[in-house]
Ligand binder design. Sequence first.
Ligand SMILES: [Cu+2]
Length: 138
Amino acid sequence: MLFVAGILLAACGPKQGPANLVFDQAWVRPLPPGMKMTAGFGTLHNTGDGAIVLVSFSSPSFGDVSLHRTEQVDGVSKMRAVPELTVAAGEEVLLEPGGFHLMLMMPRSEMKSGQHVTLEMASDDGRRFVFEVPIERR
Ligand SMILES: [Cu+2]
């Protein structure tokens, strides 16, 4: 619990500025047995009055985190890396199965339902946003 409290304090620290990005209803899918990757979803909501351009994604629980988008190409589902994501002021961007998702690779431990994952996002102007996201089967 101390660990979690420390993260929350860091997220509210003076260097961070106002936390204008909310990750609503966020969840991470439990790691399928034997799999080395999973995905995170939720609704990114920019509550501020300027656009947020997300350019970097990371997590202490995974060696590699990136933003992907699943697209249908000639009836075949393909994933593409998305280098940056702009969330306009007041707007929402949905991360959901079959669309945008956070690709979580190289897990550092078993990821089971009921645990939490810390996800970090950084914008092009250097702001960092930190979220505690539950691992849930949905
Ligand atoms: Cu993906």
